[in-house]
Design a protein around this ligand. Structure first.
Ligand SMILES: Cc1cc2nc3c(=O)[nH]c(=O)nc-3n(C[C@H](O)[C@H](O)[C@H](O)COP(=O)(O)OP(=O)(O)OC[C@H]3O[C@@H](n4cnc5c(N)ncnc54)[C@H](O)[C@@H]3O)c2cc1C
Length: 372
């Protein structure tokens, strides 16, 4: 027995929750399914913060961040929730870092506000920070950070308010993609739908077996530290987000349980089923040491850490678009450790694809069949 439905969204993490919201805003009355409760901590979208970075090496991403900004602000207005803190981002490296230089060229080319600062100017403006004297440092004032779990919960709550139905604790066992109207078999009933959006995060390879997507899931960990002096210098109004492009380390101001830092370098390959959630103390200690070198007064004491997963494509660009075997199915996957900031615009793109069959946003770069 199949329940016939118009539009179904499978996976309500960052991307699926946003798709559900934008569909509901279009009065599409979508149904959303997730194997876990909304806002759970098993996937890739939980926690207090994700960088809202405009500093990219490609204009497609810069323009998508710019398009996402008013959507985040609209969601804040509708819900009354504070989601985005725009306190800027400082990115730094030793002279000659090609990635940093390329990003600065793209800031110029896209007319995105940025400033190149000296280490002295950084300390004058943000007294907690003392970056190496010869660093190349770029400040992008429109960057900042999003409260990740709150964004997911807010997208879902607003989707429900505009007519979406949510089934959490419902696991999808099988998707029959070869039928014009795809069929979805779950732990609590089966659906036949006219349009299907699949946004499975690190479970993509399990749910989309027939596509043999070249995805790699890695274990990533983030760590929170308390500064010794209580933290006035480290609050978001006195300290931006910061990223070290030589080491791949990055961090946030004091928000939630403390100052969060993480290594953007890829951790061990894993899977949602086997991921080891025990904290790697070597990574924690290296991050604490790094924090001490760029913030000499911080003297960080460890508070807590958490485990999350990246789902990487070979080129680190996303997978967004039609399912190669069925033009009524749309996939969003492979967000390669930098997808969160885009989630609301990805949701809008998915909603447009599902309702109009097309979108004006430039998603060719993200097509699913680009790896042959
Ligand atoms: C440590 C870390 C730091 C990051 N930092 C940043 C950052 O600073 N800035 C940034 O922009 N991005 C960042 N990212 C990346 C960003 O968080 C992810 O790209 C994004 O959250 C991915 O969302 P998703 O919806 O694809 O996956 P998920 O949030 O994992 O959602 C997938 C959902 O699908 C559901 N699902 C899967 N299979 C089934 C099934 N069979 N049945 C039912 N439900 C199913 C899952 O339960 C899950 O809820 C970071 C990621 C990590 C791990």
């Amino acid at each position: 027995m199949y329940q016939d439905t118009e539009i179904l969204v499978v996976g309500l993490g960052a991307m699926g929750s946003a798709a559900l919201y934008h569909l509901a805003r279009q009065d599409a009355a979508p149904i959303g399914i997730d194997q876990y409760p909304v806002g759970h901590t098993h996937g890739s979208s939980h926690g207090h913060s994700r960088v809202f970075r405009i500093f990219y090496n490609n204009a497609v991403y810069v323009n998508l961040v710019k398009a996402a900004l008013p959507l985040w602000q609209e969601l804040e207005t509708l819900s009354g929730e504070q989601l985005l803190t725009r306190n800027g981002m400082l990115t730094f490296a030793e002279p000659g870092n090609e990635r940093l230089d390329q990003n600065i060229r793209i800031m110029q080319a896209t007319k995105t506000p940025y400033e190149v600062l000296t280490a002295e100017e950084v300390t004058a403006r943000f007294p907690a920070l003392q970056l190496p004297a010869d660093s190349v440092i770029c400040y992008t004032p429109d960057s900042g950070f999003l409260n990740a779990s709150r964004c997911v919960r807010t997208h879902v709550a607003q989707a429900e308010r505009f007519g979406a139905t949510v089934h959490s604790g419902m696991r999808v066992h099988h998707i029959e993609a070869n039928k014009e109207h795809p069929e979805v078999e779950t732990s609590a009933g089966n659906y036949r739908c006219r349009r299907l959006i699949i946004s499975p995060g690190p479970w993509a390879s399990q749910l989309l077996t027939n596509l043999s997507l070249p995805l790699r899931v890695t274990r990533q960990q983030k760590f929170y530290f308390q500064p010794q002096d209580g933290g006035a210098l480290y609050q978001p109004d006195r300290l931006p987000v910061y990223g070290d492009y030589d080491r791949g380390y990055y961090g946030f101001p004091y928000y939630g349980p403390g100052i969060k830092v993480a290594d953007d370098g890829h951790g061990p390959v894993t899977s949602p089923k086997t991921v080891d959630r025990e904290l790697d103390l070597n990574v924690r200690n290296a991050l604490a040491q790094w924090l001490g070198t760029i913030m000499p007064g911080v003297n960080p004491s460890f508070v807590e850490g958490a485990t999350c997963m990246y789902t990487l494509t070979p080129d680190h660009d996303f997978l967004i678009g039609h399912h190669p075997l069925n033009s009524n199915i749309f996939v969003a996957a492979g967000f390669s450790g930098h997808g969160f900031k885009f989630s609301t615009i990805v949701g809008k793109i998915l909603a447009e694809l599902a309702t109009d069959g097309k979108t004006d946003y430039p998603i060719d770069k993200f097509r699913l069949n680009r790896f042959g």
